[in-house]
Structures are given as C-alpha cells and as structure tokens.
Ligand binder design. Structure first.
Ligand SMILES: Cc1cc2nc3c(=O)[nH]c(=O)nc-3n(C[C@H](O)[C@H](O)[C@H](O)COP(=O)(O)OP(=O)(O)OC[C@H]3O[C@@H](n4cnc5c(N)ncnc54)[C@H](O)[C@@H]3O)c2cc1C
Length: 676
C-alpha cells in the first residue's frame, strides 16, 4: 500500500498554518496550563510517544472494519502491551509513583489506543476502586493489590436484566451457610441475570457481585461479594457460572459487556466486602455504620465521568474546528473566493460554544477534585458534613456534562456536513463512547430527580429559617421582591441564574405541597412534580458551573497566566455565560423582566464573542494538545490534510481490496441479465 501512504503530504495545510500564525496567545502556555503545569504536559507527551510510536499505520481506523471478536481481541492485546510499556516507564521516570502506571492506562491517551473503548475500563474504574473504598485492610491487601497490578481482572456486577436504576429490586441472592462458613450465590430467574457489567463477557475472571444478603432467611440488605467466575489458568467459566457477552452495542465494542447467572456458587465468607457491614463467623450481622462514606466513591466516579465526557466533547470540537478552517465553501460575496467555512457566522455558533462548554466542565471537574481531596481529609478525621453537598453537586455535574457533551458532539458532527457521517471522521465513535455515560453511574433523569428532591428539602429548611448548606446560599435572593436592574455584567448573569433556580425550586416545593394537601401521598405527589424537580435541578447545576467557570478564570489563579492568555479565556467565559442565559431564557423571563434592549444586547454579545474567538479557535484546540492518535480522525489531524486522508481511508476500505465483489456473479449479474 506504499502508493497510499504517499497520498498524505508531509506539509501542514496552509489555511491551518495561517490560523496558527494569527493566534493572539501562546499555545505552549495554554497547553501547559490546561494540563496542570509544564511537568505534567511533558510527562503526557513522553507517555504518548512510548505508547503510540510503534502502532501500525492507520491503526485507529482499522477497528471499523474488524469483526466483533477481532475488535475485542486487538483491544486486549493493546491493553496488555501498553501496560508493560507504562510499568517500565513508571519505573524509569518515577519509581514507586502511580502517575504513569496505572493512571495513564485510563486517561486521555487511552482514547488513542482503544478507539472502540477500553477493555479494562470497568476493572480499573470500578472493581479496583470499590475494593479500596469498601474492603477491609486485609481485603485491600489480598484483592486490591492483585487487581491494581492486573493479576486478577474484575468487573462490577450490579445491574440485572430487569433492574438497573432500582437497585433495591435486584434479585441475585447470597445465603450464608454457617456449616461451611460460605455464601451461596444464586440467580433465581432470568430477570435476575446480571446484565451490562463491562469486561464481564470474556475479560474478567472475578466479579464484584451485588446481591441481597440473607442469613437464616432473614434479609440483611444489599452487599457486595467478590466472586471468582473463571478459572485462573484456563479462563473457563467455573462450575455454576453461566457467563457470556451481551452482543453489539451503539459504541464501546471493545468493552465486552456481559451477562452472568449463578447457580449455587459458593465463596468464602471473607469474600463479602466488610469495611462497613459485617457477617461474623457465627452468622451474626453488623449493619454499616457509615453509609455516608459510600457517597465518596460515587463522587469520585462522577468526577471521572465529567473529566471523560468534557474531554470527548473537546476532541470532537477540535476535529470540527480544524476541519472548518480547512474546508472552503460557498462565497459570502458572490464575486469573492470561497471562504473557510469557519467564516460563516452560523458555523462559528456550532463550534465555539462547544469549546467553551467543554472547558467549563473540565474546570468545574478540577474544582470538584480539589473539594474531593478536602472532603477525604475531613472524612478521615470523622467529619462528614460536606458529603451530602458534594454528592448533589457531583450528580448535577455528571448529568449536565454528559447531556451537554452528547448534544454538543452530535451538533459538531452535523457541523462537518457529509464527511462527518463517515466513521473515519471518528465523530460517531466519540458520540458512542460519550452517550453511554448518560445512562451508567445513575441514569440522568433519575439523578435530576434526586437533586430536585434535595433542593426542595433545602428550600423547606430555608423558609423555616433552619440552616442550609452553602451550595443553597443563593436562596437568599428570594428575599428580593424583584431582580435588580440588568447590567450586562457576569455577576448579574450568575445572579439571574440563581434567582431563576431559586424560584423554580420554590414553585416545585409549592406544587408538591399543593398535591400533598389535595390528598396525594408524598411519593405520588413527588412523581407528579417530577418535571419541576428536574428543571430546578438543571438550573441549580448550571448556576454552579457558571459560578465556578468565573472563579477559575477571573479568580486568584488568573495571576499565574499571561495577560494575553487571560484575555482569550475571558472571551470564552463570556461566550459560555451569554449562551447559557440565551439557552435558558424561557425560565429566566418568567422571573426576570428583561427588556427588548437587554435581549438585543445579549445577542450582540454573543455575536461579538464569536467574532473575537475566531482568530484563536484553532490555536485553542491545539492547546488541548490532543495527539493525532487520540483524535483518530481524517478531518481533525494536526496537519489538516483532510482530502488526502479522506481518500486514503477510502482506499483502505476492505471492499476496495478487490475490484469485483462476490455478490456480482451470484446476484447482481443475474438480476441485470434477467430481462423480466
Ligand atoms: C454502556 C453501559 C455500561 C454499563 N456498565 C455497567 C457495569 O459495569 N456494571 C453494572 O452493574 N451496570 C452497568 N450498566 C448498567 C447501568 O448502570 C444501567 O443501565 C443504569 O443504571 C440504568 O438502569 P436501567 O438500564 O435499568 O434503566 P431504567 O432504570 O429502566 O431506565 C429506563 C427509563 O426509565 C426511567 N426511570 C427509571 N426509574 C425512574 C424513576 N425512579 N423516576 C423516573 N424515571 C425513571 C429512566 O429515566 C429512563 O428514562 C451499564 C450500562 C451501559 C449502557
């Protein structure tokens, strides 16, 4: 295929180069800031060199043409090879640390290694973390270390065929047998088969099975059990274990989601995670004294998801923005040459708000990580007061980020016209990876309802003059009869969102109370108030994201950045805030009297921020420092040689490896010659 390789020039597309030359800030400074410092940026690049340098040409696109099985097997091969490289690199660069191994196996580099997603994702993000969070010291020593080192591979098996959201409804059963000091696990019916756990199909040899515990037929709640499911050497399913893969999905082909049925499978009593709840040798049971601590694991996972989905959105934005700088079409003045499509104002509206949105969520996640570290310290000192708040905020961030990133990725795909429909653009694949997070780790609507209920509870405390936590402090704004005059400042935008969120919460509370007063039970009234709960919850999350974005860009951290970088960042912030107001006008206008002049001014601000972002858009995307392997897109590579790459990828299509397909002789020719 040497003639194909030669198709792609070694030069940078001149339009893209022109964009880079015109940037008004230092991309290098942006990239170092974005990665959390020059040292982290250097490490990231070193890791990428190590894991990408010997991948075969065109590797990223190959999985689209592979069989279901080959996609999986090749991803496992890459994972094993990368693990060895990362371990060696960790030893060389930072012995004893964990910033390269295992951390680098599951961060943005992995998007380059595993375009069909990560075969060890659930092992790393769920199995290992749950053991560390819920296991006793002995269990962490025995299972946690082996898992972290990939000596055993696990999955997290909670969801069943008939129950996902309602965990209490799961039916897998673990009965304690005092004679043998074992638990006996059973799947009582088809509906109770475990369904969805990542890696359960053929990768994991252990499963963290979530089951209803019974001792002497007395129900003792839902507990977690480490269950070996495959033989350590042969990898064959163990006796009583019915295991397999659930079939092809919208995306995540390499994740190998599986099903699991258990028939009288016996495990030692010590395989139940017992940091909190305990079953003693004599069968006595101690309930968990610290269920609040479970929040921490959930907060951690949700912050990871925000990191993941904001990154996927920015990958898509980078692809679409670079493509929009290279693609020329449709003169604006009839007698002028065709412009770069990024010069059509509506195209900017499709691209730039997504850049701003991805950045807003990335920075919100960064803030949450700082809060998380502080909360862990507090929890270790027996202080848990921050936890419920952290839980609600992390739910809100997870919901908004996954919802907005999926919608944004699809908008970006559409912004690339026809070529974005090709899998080689990688936008459909990125979408497939992103949209899964809408559902897992708490389905988004279900989480919004939880947040809504927490808001209404906080509101009832607030109006009863009881203390409320700092994240609801903005309820104070309800004491103003009218929203102050609109003055176009960022502060006013935040206050407007808070004022609106407050009144949406008030209305949800009032309608709930009215329904209860009319005779509906609390639960039925809450169900009937669901739409209002979710809207209030959405706005609660949005005011938080906006507030943090303002803080991260204009707060003390700004002093560490150059004036030119801050100017660009402030413009991105301006775009995000104005866009958030415009997107939520129907709610805002219900409570705040914006004049026609105010609305016109918001529209002007939107247009101006798009215009100001125009010269910097490509450079900002460069600043995210996505390796070409990570973007994996014929439309988005750094060199911008879009048409050559499109043609190259078409030539690589497996169908183009022979001039005539076999269906011609068998079907097409007879049809054409049939003369019916
Ligand atoms: C890609 C992927 C990976 C996954 N990985 C794992 C894994 O590793 N391990 C694991 O155990 N599970 C995993 N899951 C399962 C996942 O956790 C569940 O799919 C998720 O919890 C949603 O549950 P469900 O599928 O039962 O949806 P349902 O709960 O049936 O949701 C269907 C609809 O009903 C609505 N609904 C449900 N309950 C309520 C309510 N109380 N109020 C209002 N509306 C409601 C929802 O909003 C939704 O619109 C994965 C799923 C996916 C898609």
């Amino acid at each position: 295929m040497s003639h194909i390789k030669n198709l792609i020039p070694k030069t940078i597309n001149p339009d893209l180069q022109k964009e880079r030359n015109a940037a008004e800030f230092s991309v290098q400074e942006f990239a170092a800031w974005w990665q959390g410092g020059q040292e982290k940026l250097d490490t990231k690049r070193t890791v990428e060199n190590a894991i990408f340098s010997d991948l075969e040409d065109g590797y990223g696109l190959n999985h689209e043409y592979m069989s279901h099985e080959d996609v999986y097997n090749s991803a496992v091969k890459k994972a094993a090879e990368a693990a060895l490289k990362l371990k060696a690199l960790q030893k060389k660069l930072n012995p004893g640390g964990n910033n390269i191994w295992p951390q680098s196996l599951f961060n943005v580099h992995s998007h380059g290694l595993f375009p069909a997603n990560h075969p060890l994702a659930t092992h790393i993000t769920m199995f290992v973390d749950v053991i560390k969070g819920q296991g006793t010291a002995e269990q962490v020593e025995k299972w946690g270390k082996a898992a972290e080192n990939c000596n055993i591979i696990g999955t997290y098996a909670q969801t069943e065929l008939a129950h996902g959201t309602n965990v209490r409804g799961i039916q897998t059963r673990a009965d304690f047998d005092p004679q043998t000091d074992e638990f006996v696990l059973n799947t009582p019916n088809l509906e109770a088969y475990k369904w969805w756990p990542g890696g359960l199909g053929h990768t994991a040899n252990h499963a963290m099975v979530v089951a209803q515990l019974y001792i002497d037929d007395v129900h003792r709640g839902i507990q977690m059990f480490i269950v070996p499911v495959r033989h350590a050497d042969t990898h064959l399913p163990l006796p009583g274990v019915d295991i397999g893969e659930i079939g092809k999905k919208l995306g995540m082909a390499a994740v190998n989601q599986g099903f699991l049925g258990l028939n009288n499978v016996r495990i030692p009593r010590t395989n139940m995670l017992m940091k909190y709840a305990k079953v003693e040798r004599d069968g006595s049971f101690k309930a968990s004294p610290a269920s609040r601590v479970n929040y921490l694991t959930m907060v951690y996972t949700r912050c990871l998801i925000v990191n993941l989905n904001s990154t996927l959105l920015l990958e898509a934005a980078t692809i679409a923005t670079r493509y929009s700088a290279v693609r020329r079409q449709s003169p604006i003045e009839a007698d002028q040459p065709e412009p770069q499509i990024i010069d059509h104002v509506t195209q900017r509206l499709k691209l730039f708000p997504e850049i701003a949105t991805g950045m807003a969520y990335h920075l919100a996640a960064e803030y949450m990580w700082e809060l998380y570290d502080q909360t862990v310290l507090d929890a270790n000192n027996g202080k848990f007061d921050r936890l419920p708040d952290m839980h609600i905020l992390s739910c809100a961030l997870k919901v908004l980020c996954t919802t907005d990133s999926c919608a944004g990725i699809e908008r970006l795909r559409l912004s690339t016209g026809g070529h974005g429909y090709l899998t080689a653009a990688n936008l459909s694949n990125i979408y497939g990876n992103a949209v899964a997070a809408y559902t897992y780790e708490g389905e988004n609507t279900v989480l919004l309802l939880q947040i809504g209920r927490a808001l209404v509870k906080a509101w009832s405390n607030f109006i009863a003059d009881k203390p409320v936590s700092s994240s609801y402090a903005y309820f104070e704004s309800s004491k103003q009869k009218k929203f102050p005059k609109w003055d176009n400042s960022w502060e006013t935008i935040i206050k407007a969102l808070q004022f609106t969120a407050t009144h949406k919460t008030r209305i949800a509370f009032e309608n709930l109370a009215e329904r209860i007063a009319s005779g509906q039970s609390q639960a039925v009234a809450a169900n009937n108030t669901g739409i209002e709960f979710t809207r209030a919850a959405d706005l609660h999350g949005r005011q938080f994201v906006c507030q943090i974005f303002v803080e991260q860009i204009t707060g003390p951290k700004a002093q560490k950045r150059s004036a030119s970088l801050n100017k660009v960042l402030e413009n991105i912030l301006e775009l995000f805030l104005v866009q958030t107001v415009l997107n939520n006008l129907s709610d805002i206008l219900r409570f705040i009297n914006l004049t026609d002049a105010d609305l016109r001014s918001l529209q002007k601000r939107l247009e101006l921020s798009l215009e100001k972002l125009r010269p910097n858009a490509v450079a900002i995307c460069d600043g995210f420092d996505f390796h070409d392997r990570v973007l994996n897109s014929v439309l988005g590579s750094y060199d911008g040689n879009v048409y050559a790459r499109l043609f190259d990828s078409a030539k690589r299509s497996t169908m183009n490896q022979k001039p005539v397909q076999k269906s011609f002789e068998s079907y097409l020719k007879p049809l054409m010659k049939a003369n019916l």
